[in-house]
Design a protein around this ligand. Structure first.
Ligand code: BT5
Length: 269
């Protein structure tokens, strides 16, 4: 399996800012740890941190992100956007859109049509999770100081590489197509696509991104169970509001905006 090679990734890039600086780690705890550290030391917008092996990959709420050695993609972007802290969800969605486009390009029909963005931070294929995003940030005086967007994509992992629990819910490009992929190429596509969505968001606002995420949504139109302010919400997903919150219409007609949390469909996909 080809190792991660930042020069190879850069060769494949068309992006202007993102990916000009790529820090590669054979092994690290988490690429988000590396990016956060650089952010605190004054690192610049667009720096990327990528690793072959993560020994303590993490998800939200201290969950574990499994990174089978040298098989998948784990990378983090350091950003310094002029957005309000409330826009963090939009950056997660921009990363979801970028993962969607990068992965889509490697899939044949008809599997392609099962690729979906699952609000707020997953991408799914055939109803299973193929990627996760972890966004972390620091703000001061109502302004964002830095944002780290960490992305994990299951590229070449096989089911036996995952723990029994994760095996039930995860998939990979290789699992569904039977082909091994060059992770450097997947990384280049991801970076180019993220730059596109990130720029559009900054320059034109969230409309295009919201439309894209709704079009490829795993949850839109489904009955779901969600949690808002510690209260369970059951209803049908209408779409996203301009801040990227999930709009759920409950049975009594109330529209709830879910800002963060886990949302799961009540029926099977
Ligand atoms: C996420 O959290 O999905 C965010 C994952 C972000 C990973 C990237 S890798 C680069 C950067 N460095 C890091 O340390 N993190 C970021 P969450 O929505 O909380 O989902 C976590 C759950 O996903 C776990 O509890 C498992 O159920 C499942 N899971 C763990 N590893 C997985 C994998 N490799 N593929 C699919 N699902 C996985």
């Amino acid at each position: 399996m080809a190792p991660i090679d930042s020069k190879e990734i850069q060769k494949g890039l068309q992006s202007k800012t993102l990916g000009r600086w790529i820090s590669y780690f054979k092994t690290t705890t988490s690429t988000n740890d590396e990016a956060v550290r650089r952010a605190q030391e004054g690192g610049q917008e667009g720096e990327i941190f990528i690793a072959d092996i993560q020994t303590a990959g993490r998800g939200r709420l201290h969950r574990v992100w499994e990174s089978p050695k040298g098989k998948n993609l784990a990378l983090s972007f350091l950003l310094r956007p002029s957005l309000s802290p409330a826009s963090a969800t939009l950056l997660t969605l921009a990363a979801g859109a970028a993962v969607f486009e990068a992965v889509w390009g490697f899939l044949p029909e008809p599997i392609r049509s099962t690729l979906k963005i699952k609000w707020p931070n997953d991408v799914t294929l055939e109803g299973k999770k193929i990627a996760g995003i972890l966004t972390e940030m620091a703000s001061e005086g109502g302004r964002v100081d830095w944002v780290v967007v960490g992305i994990g994509i299951d590229v070449n992992a096989e089911p036996s590489d995952f723990s029994p629990e994760v095996r039930q819910i995860a998939t990979s490009l290789r699992t569904v197509t039977g082909t091994e992929y060059n992770r450097n190429l997947v990384a280049s596509r991801l970076i180019d696509s993220f730059e596109h969505h990130y720029r559009t968001l900054n320059e034109k606002g969230p409309e295009d991104l919201i439309r894209f995420c709704e079009k490829h949504s795993y949850l839109k139109g489904r009955r779901v169970s969600a949690e808002e302010n510690g209260k369970q919400v059951i209803g049908t997903v209408l779409g996203l509001d301009p801040r990227g919150s999930l709009q759920v219409k409950t049975d009594d007609g109330t529209i709830c905006n879910i800002i963060v949390g886990d949302v799961n469909p009540l029926e099977r996909s």
